[in-house]
Design a protein around this ligand. Structure first.
Ligand SMILES: Nc1ncnc2c1ncn2[C@@H]1O[C@H](COP(=O)(O)OP(=O)(O)O)[C@@H](O)[C@H]1O
Ligand SMILES: [Mg+2]
Length: 147
């Protein structure tokens, strides 16, 4: 468990960018925390670190958004991570997410799945889900716990 306090949104993005470098493919990254606690900000850093080019529009009116990492011409071997899914489960339940092809998506080792409000779909989360909790401390500070 790692506990970090960030002092501005850039630090939270940087944390996401750093974590992205450790991902191999096949991970489900679960983000918990209230509105405004920094889940989307962190996700933007993750996407950047995974080589997705912005702008990263928020999936507020979309339950799931799919991204492709930009192919890096300097990389000799094919990039292992091919698809990145950003899910916002705030207004939905497990059945809605299952209907998107969830089981197949999380089973593919070429995918990274990022879930905001993962607690809303607790019962369909894999056991090896990476858990990250966000807490609002004040205007500019957030506490981020990475399991
Ligand atoms: N340390 C910080 N980390 C993340 N966001 C911060 C921080 N300080 C201020 N903010 C602001 O808080 C808001 C976080 O919103 P967002 O990332 O959309 O949260 P969530 O997705 O959890 O609802 C943004 O407007 C961001 O600029
Ligand atoms: Mg959000």
């Amino acid at each position: 468990m790692k506990e970090i306090i960030t002092n501005n949104f850039e630090e939270t993005q940087k944390l996401g960018e750093d974590l992205a470098k450790t991902l191999q493919g096949g991970e489900v990254v679960c983000l918990e925390g209230d509105l405004g606690s920094g889940k989307t900000t962190f996700t933007q850093g993750l996407l950047k670190g995974l080589g997705v080019e912005g702008p990263y529009t928020s999936p507020t009116f979309l339950v799931m958004k799919e991204y492709k990492p930009h192919p890096d011409p300097l990389l000799k071997k094919e990039r292992r991570i091919m698809n990145i899914y950003h899910i916002d489960a705030y207004r939905v339940g497990p059945d809605d997410i299952l209907a998107l092809g969830w089981e197949e998506i999380i089973a593919n080792p070429k995918n990274i799945v990022i879930v905001e409000w993962s607690d809303r779909i607790q019962k369909i989360l894999p056991k090896n889900c990476m858990n990250i909790k966000f807490e609002w401390l004040d205007e500019n500070r957030r506490e981020i716990k990475i399991d």
